[in-house]
Design a protein around this ligand. Structure first.
Ligand code: ZN
Length: 411
């Protein structure tokens, strides 16, 4: 999906602001001698921006609007080194809430719903984004934040929450607790707005079945407002995103050239009207594709496919390029294992090895199962892993994102 004329106009307005503010990207534009664009080709020559640039701009080097217009900052959780600080103007906060309201509407959520929000509040964008959009919609917000499962379940049943906002792993944890405590008849949930991590079909089915809810995938990242820039509709065939506020292109992560619609690559996002910290051609390192054609729901908003992983998750095992999502697809063929798994890669006696940990119940033959999974991986992906089968519940569940791939070769 090529950038259109009105989007080019919006990008030009941002370019002007970036140069005026002399922020890192403004300086980069100056270095390239760029003060504006006219065509698609011009746009595709604009330099990329990356997380590292944002980190280098710490603390407030991204600030593009004058100080008196900045009303808030958010920060992404820096797993290594400095965090990234994103300043927001009042307009940015309003635009974000508007996008989030659209997400709820796309999911058929109304002002009669009671929205139970479990993502965290504070520096990161999750909780407050879910809340602002819900308030704009006019729904009743139950601002729980993460943790304290007892309290979550009590409020959920006493207040009759109808919509659960959570990460997939936390939704699963709650589903398992509800099952364990036998309180399913007290829970009124109808829909789940689930975001911020990649998850397999299997986990999705478990949450859908155990909680008896419809699930909508929400997309977003702190650098670009936060969650709420796109969501799946009831036909569940990709996430509609708001192309009047953001422009998405998919590039080949190696050649950095845009790929045609329908082809998998790295998601690169340009904000179209951001004031506090506009970003142009920001490399997300998320892997996905643009889904061509019109959706059955008739929405005019374009669609981004499910996030299939991170470009940095690509692993080279015995000379073969492997994405965790490929392993996940193989694991999904085995109904006797749970949706939790772990992949560990290590270097042993001069050779790369991959160990895959999966969970099953006590009535399954562990040795036979591990052999069958290893054979399937070999036939589908091209190398033989070591498969370790463990008891159900042994692998860690978390309230935040579950880390599932551990590359011990570089630790
Ligand atoms: Zn649709």
């Amino acid at each position: 999906m090529k950038i259109n004329e009105s989007q080019i106009k919006q990008v030009n307005a941002e370019i002007e602001q970036l140069i005026k503010a002399d922020s890192f990207y403004g300086q980069r534009l100056k270095e390239h001698g760029i003060s504006g664009i006219e065509t698609v080709e011009d746009f595709e020559k604009l330099p990329f921006s990356e997380k590292k640039d944002l980190r280098d701009a710490y603390p407030l080097g991204l600030m593009t609007a004058p100080e008196e217009k900045i009303v808030r900052i958010h920060s992404s959780s820096g797993t290594t080194g400095l965090p990234v600080i994103i300043p927001y103007t009042q307009k940015d906060v309003d635009v974000w809430a508007e996008m989030f309201k659209r997400c709820y509407e796309m999911a058929g959520i109304t002002n009669l719903d009671r929205i139970h929000i479990t993502p965290g509040y504070g520096l990161w964008t999750a909780g407050i984004g879910f809340q602002a959009g819900a308030e704009k919609l006019g729904a009743m917000v139950i601002p729980m934040g993460p943790g304290n499962t007892d309290k979550q379940l009590q409020m959920m049943s006493d207040l009759g929450s109808t919509v659960l906002c959570a990460t997939s792993s936390y939704a699963l944890l709650l589903a398992e607790e509800i099952e364990k405590r036998g309180i399913k008849d007290k829970i009124k949930l109808k829909k789940g707005v689930i975001g911020s991590e990649r998850w397999g079909e299997k986990m999705r089915n478990r949450i859908t079945n155990e909680l008896g809810i419809e699930i909508y995938d929400i997309y977003g990242l702190t650098e670009i407002y936060g969650p709420g820039i796109g969501i799946s509709c009831k036909y569940d065939c990709g996430m509609h995103y708001w192309d009047d506020y953001i422009y998405i292109e998919i590039i080949d992560p190696v050649t950095l050239k845009p790929v045609p619609d329908g082809e998998m690559g790295e998601v690169v996002i340009t904000t179209l009207c951001k004031e506090g910290a506009p970003l142009i051609r920001y490399r997300t390192h998320d892997l996905s594709k643009i889904i061509p054609g019109e959706c059955e729901c008739k929405s005019k908003f374009p669609r981004l496919g499910t996030i299939m992983g991170r470009t940095d998750d690509m692993m080279k095992i015995k000379g073969v390029n492997v994405f965790p999502s490929q392993i996940e697809e193989v694991l999904a063929m085995f109904h006797e294992i749970s949706s939790e798994y772990q992949i560990r890669i290590s270097h042993l006696d001069g050779k790369d090895t991959m160990r895959i940990y999966v969970e099953t119940t006590g009535d399954v033959d562990f040795i036979d199962l591990s052999k069958r999974i290893a054979e399937k991986v070999k036939s589908k992906i091209g190398f033989t892993p070591l498969v370790k089968v463990v008891e159900m519940g042994v692998l860690p569940r978390s309230e935040k994102k579950s880390k599932r791939v551990f590359d011990e070769r570089y630790e």
